[in-house]
Design a protein around this ligand. Structure first.
Ligand code: ADE
Ligand code: ZN
Length: 321
């Protein structure tokens, strides 16, 4: 099996319907669903915001440190089965503190599972704190301070949630601060927004990776910029189909992105909500585009190279090809 790094994965997006119901019962939270299939029947979305509304609502069942540890461990087991050897996972801390779950509960639970990911699953891991761009930058700054106060090690910071109408500039100082603290930086852009949104996060946040970025393909200057600088794009095909970022998988720009020499990797975004983990995403693009062995090897190598692993670890994983 080729080794992959998963670089675009929201832990909260791995909350499977069965676990939603188990945690709801354990934490005595009443939900309006008969069973997991009933909940799953709501998993069709008109747009990104439709999905986000359900995603944030389901999170209310995550209450205790062990809930977060269980969620994280379940993801790592699934990821390992698909060939993931490195996972750089996102946590939307603000979505939890806003409903009264303290930052140490969230981050200690996640960190607990990540600390043994190598031994338990053969997956090395890192945690990226993703700020919610629909909330004020001051809220993100508070979340950053709360996260640092827990002492849990962070790999980086990111930006996600509603894209259109929420510019990056207000977050510039916070990203500069995180960079000065030695953290890596990523941001969602070009998912529901156009190329301007990608330029926006490059200019104001100077991010090292773009999450999604598929709409960059509408701007040849931007494609050239990304290709020349080797700025990675973490693409999530099944997510893009589910959220209508593309009309169908056949219309996905993945082949054009590879053709343009962009450093594209395949990721699962919110696998419990979009029909599958990395394995299902890879299988879908293989079936749709008939990717050959060389293209698959490129996707694997891109994911390793785009990770924030130390160079020696990257070279070791690349030598497995
Ligand atoms: N948060 C979780 N999934 C997301 C996505 N696909 N886009 C923006 N924010 C998100
Ligand atoms: Zn995402």
């Amino acid at each position: 099996m080729l080794p992959f790094a998963e670089l675009h994965l929201h832990l909260e997006g791995t909350l499977e319907p069965e676990l939603v119901l188990t945690l709801a019962e354990r934490n005595r939270i009443a939900l309006p669903y008969r069973d997991a299939d009933d909940l799953r029947s709501h998993y069709t979305y008109g747009c990104l915001q439709d999905f986000l509304d359900l995603y944030y609502a389901n999170m209310q069942v995550l209450r205790t440190e062990s809930d977060f540890a269980e969620l994280t461990d379940a993801y790592l087991a699934r990821a390992a089965a698909a060939g993931v050897v490195r996972a750089e996972v996102f946590c939307d801390l603000q979505a939890h503190t806003a409903r009264g779950v303290p930052a140490p509960v969230v981050l200690a639970g996640i960190a607990d599972a990540l600390a043994t990911s190598g031994v338990d699953h053969g997956v090395s891991s890192g945690l990226i704190l993703t700020f919610l761009r629909h909330l004020p930058a001051a809220d993100a700054e508070l979340a950053y301070d709360q996260a640092l106060a827990t002492g849990v090690e962070l790999l980086g910071v990111g930006l996600c949630s509603s894209e259109v109408g929420f510019p990056a500039a207000p977050f510039a100082d916070l990203f500069a601060r995180a960079r000065a603290d030695g953290l890596h930086t990523v941001a969602h852009a070009g998912e529901e927004g156009g190329p301007d949104s990608v330029w926006d996060v490059l200019e104001h946040l100077a991010v090292e990776r773009i999450d999604h970025g598929i709409n960059a393909m509408d701007d040849p200057d931007l494609v050239r910029h990304l290709a020349e600088r080797g700025i990675p794009l973490t693409v999530c095909p099944l997510s893009n189909v589910s959220l209508h970022a593309v009309a169908s998988l056949a219309d996905h720009p993945l082949p054009a992105m590879l053709e343009a020499g962009l450093k594209v990797s395949i990721n699962s975004d919110d696998p419990a909500y979009f029909g599958g983990y990395l394995g299902e995403n890879l299988a879908a693009v293989q079936a749709e585009f008939g990717l050959d062995a060389a293209q698959l090897a490129t996707l694997s190598a891109n994911s390793i190279e785009a990770s924030f692993l130390p160079q020696a670890d990257k070279l070791r994983l690349l030598s497995l090809h």
